[in-house]
Ligand binder design. Sequence first.
Ligand code: SF4
Ligand code: SF4
Length: 426
Amino acid sequence: MVGSYSDILKKVMQGEAVVITAEEVAELVLSGESSRLSEVDVVTTATRAVMSGTYAVLSFPVAKQASFLRAKSVWINGIAAQVGPCPNENLGVLDLIVLGTAHSQDRQNYGGGHLFRDLVERKKVHVEVETDDGRRLQADVGLDEMPYARLFASRHAFKNYSAFVNAGAEPVGTIFHSRGFAPHCREATFSGCGRINPLKNDPLLESIGIGTRILMNGAEGYVLGTGTRSSKERPNLSGFADMHQMVPELMGGFVTSAGPECICSWAVAIPVISKTILEEIARPDRGIALPVNDVNSRTVIGQADYGDVWTDVDLEVEFEPENCSGCTACLVEEACPMRAVKSEGGKICRDGALCFHCGLCTTVCLSAVFSCRLGAVQLKRDGAAVRSIPVVLRQSDRLRAEKLAAELKRRILDGTFKMTEPVGRI
Ligand code: SF4
Ligand code: SF4
């Protein structure tokens, strides 16, 4: 029920709060039990998607004290890091900033998102340092040898996003597609988790503010404020969390036709503290606008809605390796943005923990090894249907976002996640 933040927190602490996931809200609405939403105190929401505005701040020893005065340049697994802001003179310690969208100079299709996941998977990463006196130092370092490793969001968790098409006459390489984007609006890609997206459920940022505790990639973190390019109509968030507590399956790299990008996930608990929030939690995918952009001009060429892409579709991509006809070169192995598919000795394998359920493989392999209903963007202009454009790639993983919202609910109910009232509005 609509209550004050502090009253809801008290109910949560006393084990009396009604806490449900955004998906359970949708089930209540679909079964005609919307009136029961007035009993809900907290809705857990989540999103997992390609999120470019990600960077890590890392600090760790790389050599003995006094072995170099300053680091001039640093590469981790071939990715150039920004040295500083602290120079750490003579301590043998590096302070670095690594961008999630940075690309490795010596590993093909490897970027900051891949590096962050490798670290969280406790893989050693190779560090090369060029010192200011021209020497080269090398070390292999793991996350547990990094006392400070935090992931920051400069722009995450948009209140849903957009669909993209290529209205031009030539294929286009872009971060919005993992292959050349076919011309003449023949295919669509999109981002946004629809009805379970955090800011969709609190669009006026009434409950989310500075200091709100969240889960970022499964680790507890905090909202810092709004992010870059945030606006009243299309807000997004900035925040941070400690990498040591993160879960690899919720993050990672995503290869696009314009190079590797970075995947992140957020889960946010929304207390029902206003009528707006109560109304918004009930809004179905069909009621959430999905603007359709031409990838060339980045201008909106029509409208669709999230019902087109998240209703009557499959969240999971089915894998039936027995249907594989053993092509000389597996097209999916090359196209998969997660590099989750491997063809070895005539056998096709998929790494289920890596798969993003983006669906691209279903459009590339013609032997029904992969199957998934991806839906189609129903492009409208001035309310009139223009054309139906099949989705070929999802840059949001609603399957894992739903699991994450359920995990946040579990943690709130068993007391291992403490909701926090913001210290300031944003
Ligand atoms: S493209 Fe399909 S049929 Fe061909 S090797 Fe790959 S999975 Fe098998
Ligand atoms: S759905 Fe297919 S293309 Fe997408 S990540 Fe999974 S295996 Fe790769």
